[in-house]
Design a protein. Structure first.
Length: 606
């Protein structure tokens, strides 16, 4: 690695010496007059528009000038390169410059048609200017400029990148701002928008309250995942290869009332703050078997764990209650069904949870999808349940290579799952309760990686739940991500957060409620969920899983997210007093721990 750095440095020096020859650097007055900055969005004032980054985002501090700068964090196998391809003229002289901060930061150009160049700094604790020059080849019309760091050396920043020389033959100006923006169809959770076409635009970016949430190619869009009875401000920009226009005038639209609970999927029947727990109904372990009738009234949603497949790809789900040989105190079927009815009469929701650690489900075919629908329906009907919890783990959901748009998934196991869940929702109607319990790996890790389709060397499960959550967001009652049994996950502050304290839960939940660019792509933003759709998943005790936090840390988490008090090092992007509540694995382990988790929830929410 050291040898590579030294060779690049020497090359930069030799290039600078060679270009100092008068015959090379002397340009005519006419040539100088034609020179322009042909880089697009070199100040990163329009996010990452024009750039393709493996691990980059924009930040408001530190910046060299303006209000934004690039920040990228190299990983062990990635140098966090950001690049753009620029139109240039053949046989012409160009100067590439930019300001950087950090260790081992590079600025360079490739595809020049002559000698590719780069320059770098070993250490720049404050903004340092890098600059290099090159001449294009006789047939070169496109050059790629880039900046990157070095593997595993920490975040770097870049700003005010310019490529000065004769303008190419392509577009040189961003388009005009769109006119005629107006709202169309408005529901309790979405707003439709339309606007007039702009000459020269290749796409349009949609902003909600100043945050980019969509990029579309047409002149209309629907922004979903909104809270009921809430006013939002929308703007649109036009985009082409030269950059992004100014924002349109703001149009304000207020969502309609949501029936008291703020959305579909049976959420209106839940209390303002709900406690969700999994009940070991098909097995026993060290926590012991707990009869459904003995679950305290504090638990608002009870997930029966688990319905499991007869084989990985069959789609056939069976719910086998714990045998008396394993659970001596297990109730009879009649007693179990009576307990379900009693819980429902008390306003509680009882769901069948599908999957779990050992229940891998892959709906690889439409036949498996249809079998899944019929077999799950049979369980719901047999026991008179309120709905379904999806707890797919392991390799149940993995993205195929090339599946890079979470809004339009192509992977069969994901497409078939979405279809199956929509079919079940349509069958049972508005009162059908749908919840999901993915691991952070499948959701928040999509901020940094998005399966093998976007990141060839990364795990295809990274972010694989995002298409399912997005497709069902208007039908989703609760998302309670498992904030446990997880490795470090990067938050929106571009820092890695680890289990064991409030900051991890705050950072992970803030991402769901703020939204985030998938795989660092500012044009592919996962919209925020409503706070009434989000519960935080935590282990009930140290016996229940890695990542248990004390009641005091749970209180800090809730204080920060619902009141913006008692926060730690993570800077949240809002305050959400309507956050639905907490989920835990499990009711059984909480009983084993003298109901510590439940008691803390009751004390906090009264």
């Amino acid at each position: 690695m050291e040898r590579t750095r030294r060779r690049r440095s020497v090359l930069a020096v030799l290039t600078a010496i060679g270009l100092a020859v008068p015959g090379i650097t002397a340009l005519s007055s006419a040539a100088r007059a034609a020179d322009a900055d042909v880089a697009v969005n070199g100040g990163f004032e329009s996010g990452l528009t024009g750039w393709t980054c493996t691990a980059g985002t924009t930040v408001n501090s530190p910046v060299h000038s303006g209000t934004s700068a690039l920040q990228a964090t190299p990983a062990g196998g990635d140098d966090a390169q950001c690049a753009q391809t620029v139109t240039v003229r053949p046989d012409a002289q160009y100067t590439l410059s930019g300001y950087v901060r950090g260790s081992y930061v590079y600025l360079g150009a490739s595809g020049t048609g002559t000698t590719d160049v780069s320059t770098w700094t070993q250490s720049a604790p404050d903004w340092q200017k890098l600059s290099t020059t090159f001449r294009t080849g006789s047939a070169t019309t496109k050059v790629t400029i880039y900046t990157h760091g070095w593997y595993g050396t920490g975040a770097y920043q870049a700003d005010d990148i310019t490529l000065v020389g004769p303008g190419g033959s392509g577009t040189t100006q961003p388009p005009a701002a769109p006119a005629g923006l107006k709202s169309t169809t408005v529901t309790s959770s979405s707003v439709g928008l339309s606007w007039s076409a702009v000459t020269g635009a290749t796409s349009y970016a949609v902003y909600r309250d100043g945050v980019k949430v969509q990029t579309v190619t047409g002149t209309s869009a629907t922004v979903s995942g909104l809270a009921a009875s809430t006013a939002y401000g929308f703007q649109v920009t036009a985009v082409n290869e030269a950059g992004e226009s100014a924002k349109s005038a703001v149009v304000t639209a207020t969502t309609s009332p949501g029936g008291g609970g703020g959305g579909g999927g049976g959420s209106s029947d839940l209390p303002a703050h709900a406690l969700v727990g999994y009940l070991h109904a098909s097995f026993a372990n060290g926590s012991g078997y707990t009869r459904l009738a003995d679950v305290p009234d504090s638990w608002d949603v009870i997930d029966l764990a688990f319905g499991e497949p007869t084989s990985v790809t069959s789609g056939d789900i069976r719910f086998n209650r714990c045998p008396v040989t394993e659970c001596p105190n297990v109730e009879s079927d009649a007693e179990f069904k009576a307990a379900i009815k009693a819980k429902q009469a008390a306003g509680k929701k009882v769901l069948i949870s599908i999957g779990g650690q050992n229940g891998q489900v892959q709906l690889t075919t439409t036949a498996a999808r249809d079998t899944f629908v019929s077999s799950v329906s049979n369980i719901i009907d047999t026991y008179g349940l309120d709905g379904l919890d999806i707890d797919f783990e392991g390799h149940s959901l993995s993205l195929n290579a090339g599946d890079t748009d979470f809004r339009n998934p192509t992977t069969p196991v994901i497409v078939n799952l979405i279809s199956a869940l929509k079919t079940l929702k349509a069958k049972y109607g508005a009162k059908f309760v749908l919840t999901m319990a993915p691991e952070t790996f499948f959701v928040q890790n999509g901020y940094q990686y998005y399966g093998s389709g976007k990141w060839g060397g990364q795990d295809p499960r990274c972010g694989a739940y995002l298409p399912v959550i997005h497709a069902l967001r208007d039908d989703l009652t609760l998302l309670h991500v498992q904030d446990y049994n997880s490795g470090p996950i990067m938050g929106l502050d571009n820092q890695y957060h680890s289990m064991g304290g409030a900051d991890f839960h705050i950072a992970m939940t803030d991402m769901l409620l703020t939204g985030f660019p998938v795989a660092g792509d500012q044009n592919n933003v996962f919209p925020p969920l409503r706070p009434d759709q989000v519960a935080i998943g935590m282990p009930a005790s140290t016996n229940a899983g890695n990542g248990h936090v004390s009641p005091a840390e749970v209180t800090k988490t809730l204080d920060c997210l619902t009141k913006k008090t008692n926060c730690g090092s993570y800077p949240t992007h809002g305050t959400w007093p309507a956050l639905r509540g907490l989920m835990t694995w499990s009711v059984n382990w909480d009983r084993y721990g003298n109901w510590e988790f439940q008691k803390n929830f009751d004390a906090y929410f009264g």
